[in-house]
Unconditional design. Structure first.
Length: 391
């Protein structure tokens, strides 16, 4: 990781020096030393440690169980990469826009075995993953649901243990330092698979109990990260699942179950309940563990706003997939994106969704810019300046 990460260390030192050094001593600090301090402070290039599911999976499941996910076949990936890139989009994911925007290029998945580059972090996100321990990985036919939240934290701890002190053969630089662990940004998106695979499939589920359980998995995972040294943690809330074309095309809700934008009210109520619980959890952690920054990335608001006011985002078909087949939502379970019958729309930038759940490259770009500009981050969090404010 970067050698210039020592930003936070120098600022307090400088401040102390200004407060306690007699003026004449201060004058003896040479211009050269001042310059050295300045160079050390900038730029802030924190590594990223990413935990999540398909919305952030950059090839983890494809590395673990190749050839079992539609994301590994065309037309996935083709509009940006010109080939499949084991990502659930026609191009880049939100996380790709974040790492490209920081000048890191792409951050590799944890399991990438050839030519992996973890200089700027590691991505543990695994398609189909749940916050719950249980997964739906089954018997080898599908790579979905491989590594739950708890397993991804185990993987991070193992990575950290072996990487501290490890040098790439031929290089002086360590690939991970204790400082990287402290300065790193820990980004997490979990929960949608819990609700889709478990809650929504059980006609009798209790929203309160389910949200409580899901959030308690979040809390355990966040505390484990904190104990490993994480001090800048960004947790994403749930997108409005009741607006996902995969949900709408599957359920085909009658008008009375839809809101004025065509989204399924009951699912979005569940999402709002979860998001309130999550927001409260982060408030609680801010009070209990103030040495860390506990930040909410409210991407839900961005997505909801785009669905409600599509033209502001250059979007024409907010609830329709670009890749798929048939109907109001261009989504049918039997001919989903990646299957033989599915077709691709003419202009993906006119859509929000690429398939039933995942976003097109252009919309991920919008989301990535929000993150990089510190929009919808609560409290304020500018990743490019995060070294200076961390403790
Ligand atoms: C989840 O798995 C972890 C590790 O195996 C275990 O410690 C924990 O108790 C499990 N949680 C539940 C609710 O089963
Ligand atoms: C494996 O699991 C899949 C999905 O659950 C199922 O359709 C398939 O029949 C199973 N195959 C075997 C050999 O058990
Ligand atoms: C849901 O609850 C009803 C009434 O208690 C019960 O008859 C039914 O079996 C339950 N369904 C499931 C899937 O648990
Ligand atoms: C594809 O379309 C044909 C013709 O409409 C239909 O017979 C077939 O079942 C479809 N295949 C799938 C996988 O949906």
């Amino acid at each position: 990781m970067t050698r210039t990460m020592a930003c936070s260390k120098f600022q307090p030192l400088l401040l102390l020096a200004l407060l306690f050094c007699p003026l004449n001593l201060m004058a003896e600090t040479t211009a050269k030393e001042q310059r050295h301090i300045y160079v050390k402070q900038s730029p802030c290039r924190p590594p990223l440690f990413v935990f999540g599911a398909s919305l952030l999976d950059v090839g983890e499941n494809a590395a673990a169980m190749p050839g079992r996910s539609v994301s590994e076949f065309p037309p996935y990936g083709v509009h940006y990469f010109g080939r499949t890139a084991a990502r659930f989009s026609n191009g880049r994911l939100l996380i790709d826009f974040i790492t490209q925007g920081l000048g890191y290029g792409f951050v590799d998945p944890f399991l990438k075995s050839l030519g992996s580059n973890f200089k700027h972090g590691v991505n543990f996100a695994s398609s189909g993953a749940t916050a719950r321990n249980s997964t739906i990985s089954g018997n080898g036919t599908s790579s979905l649901g491989l590594f739950s939240l708890n397993v991804q934290i185990d993987q991070f701890i193992e990575f950290k243990r072996s990487a501290l002190g490890f040098k790439d053969p031929g290089y002086e630089e360590k690939i991970l330092t204790e400082e990287d662990v402290l300065e790193g940004v820990y980004l997490m998106e979990f929960g949608h698979n819990d609700y889709i695979n478990y809650a929504f499939r059980d006609p009798n589920y209790s929203a309160d109990i389910f949200a409580y359980e899901t959030i308690s998995y979040f809390k355990k995972a966040l505390l484990r990260l904190y104990n490993e040294g994480a001090r800048k943690v960004v947790v994403m809330n749930l997108m409005p699942l009741g607006c996902a074309p995969g949900v709408l095309g599957y359920i085909k809700p009658p008008k009375e179950l839809q809101d004025e934008y065509g989204c399924l009210i009951s699912y979005n109520n569940m999402v709002n309940l979860h998001n309130n619980h999550l927001s409260n959890l982060l408030k609680e952690l801010r009070l209990e563990l103030p040495r860390a920054e506990w930040v909410l990335f409210d991407w839900h608001s961005v997505i909801e706003n785009a669905i409600r006011h599509p033209t502001r985002y250059g979007v024409r078909y907010p609830l329709k997939t670009c890749c798929g087949e048939v109907g109001e939502y261009n989504f049918e379970w039997t001919s989903q994106c990646g299957s033989l019958n599915a077709t691709v729309c003419e202009d993906p930038t006119r859509h929000i969704f690429w398939d039933g759940l995942h976003f097109v490259d252009s919309f991920n770009n919008i989301l990535g810019n929000k993150f990089l500009q510190g929009k919808n981050l609560i409290p304020k969090f500018l990743i490019k300046e995060s070294c200076k404010i961390s403790k």
